[in-house]
Design a protein around this ligand. Structure first.
Ligand code: E4P
Length: 214
């Protein structure tokens, strides 16, 4: 399973790289807004630093605008994956972009047949949002499982990129299901390193070590 970082903060992305967990990056307009910097500056910095795929999202709402924007976004680097919202116009844009060899990530997926449509249009990735479904009392992990089952059934090449991940259990379940990618807030990466027995075990080792020093 690949680990992407769900962030537009270059500091967080560098932190993830230093931990050895940076296969790629996903951003969205809200994450870019949180940096307080102009989009072009943020996109340039991330695309230059990251070796793997970087999802940058379009904000147009017609296929024509999305395709035009996609081509502008690709100027930031050959690693740019164009993030397209799930909607009819988005599917048209994905179809056109995939026929030109431009990779896409269809975002805001909340039911499995949206993912199947995106895959049929030629999406490279689909992004089911786990946490936002959990927030409204539905099971986000079931969505990931359903998409994986359907994609395997029809041998689809589109990768399932589990998004809106809120805690380590989401990551564990995605790994057990065989999701291709999870995109993680840096906070969740730090949570993944932790276990109370690791902390207490280390404390004991360090205390015992002191006892044998002269
Ligand atoms: C995915 O690409 C999105 O950027 C992201 O995972 C959304 O997560 P949120 O629900 O925590 O905003």
């Amino acid at each position: 399973m690949e680990y992407f970082i769900d962030s537009a903060s270059i500091g967080e992305i560098k932190e993830a790289a230093s931990l050895g967990v940076l296969d790629g990056v996903t951003t969205n307009p809200s994450l870019v807004a949180k940096t307080g910097k102009p989009f072009a500056e943020v996109a340039k910095e991330i695309c230059e630093f990251v070796n793997g795929p970087v999802s940058l999202e379009v904000v147009g709402t017609t296929a024509e605008d999305m395709v035009k924007e996609a081509k502008e976004l690709r100027r930031f680097g050959s690693n740019v994956v164009v993030k397209i919202p799930m909607m009819s116009e988005g599917l048209k844009a994905v179809k056109r972009l995939s026929s030109e060899g431009i990779p896409t990530n269809v975002t805001l997926i909340f039911q499995p047949l949206q993912a199947l449509l995106a895959a049929k249009a030629g999406a490279s990735y689909v992004s089911p949002f786990i946490g936002r479904l959990d927030d409204i009392g539905q099971n986000g992990l079931d969505l990931v499982q359903d998409i994986l089952t359907i994609f395997r059934q029809y041998h689809l090449k589109t990768k399932v990129l589990a998004a809106s991940v809120r805690h380590p259990t989401h990551v564990l379940e995605c790994a057990k299901m065989g999701a291709h990618v999870v995109t993680l807030p840096v906070k969740v990466i730090h949570q993944l390193t932790k276990h109370p027995l690791t902390d207490s075990g280390l404390k004991t080792f360090l205390e015992d070590w002191k006892k044998v020093q002269n």
